[in-house]
Design a binder for this molecule. Structure first.
Ligand SMILES: [Zn+2]
Ligand SMILES: [Zn+2]
Ligand SMILES: [Zn+2]
Length: 100
């Protein structure tokens, strides 16, 4: 009963784009849709690896993980603790930020 209801609502467009919230009715449809994302830089969440077509979407998403966080200004990785960002700067970029 519940399953058939669920299928009725979601089964029509089961192919979900991994870049934007668009859903497509078939895999070929989805491929055609995803053509428009080619050349578009994919921004990936460093916490859950979710991908976004737009930087602003990723930033918005990241705020759901850590409302108040420390972000790297070189690659936009964010950390809930200053210690994490500090370590990231050292290991990934080999830089030590003055003052933090
Ligand atoms: Zn898309
Ligand atoms: Zn995420
Ligand atoms: Zn970084």
């Amino acid at each position: 009963m519940l399953l058939s209801l669920w299928l009725k609502h979601t089964g029509e467009r089961p192919y979900k784009c991994n870049v934007c919230p668009q859903r497509c009715i078939s895999s070929s449809n989805l491929r055609a849709h995803q053509q428009r994302h080619l050349g578009l830089k994919v921004h990936e969440c460093t916490i859950c690896n979710k991908k976004f077509g737009y930087k602003i979407s990723l930033k918005e998403h990241m705020s759901t993980h850590a409302p108040s966080s420390f972000s790297c200004d070189q690659c936009n990785s964010t950390y809930s603790r200053l210690r994490g960002l500090r370590r990231h700067l050292l290991t990934k970029h080999g830089t030590r930020k003055e003052g933090i």
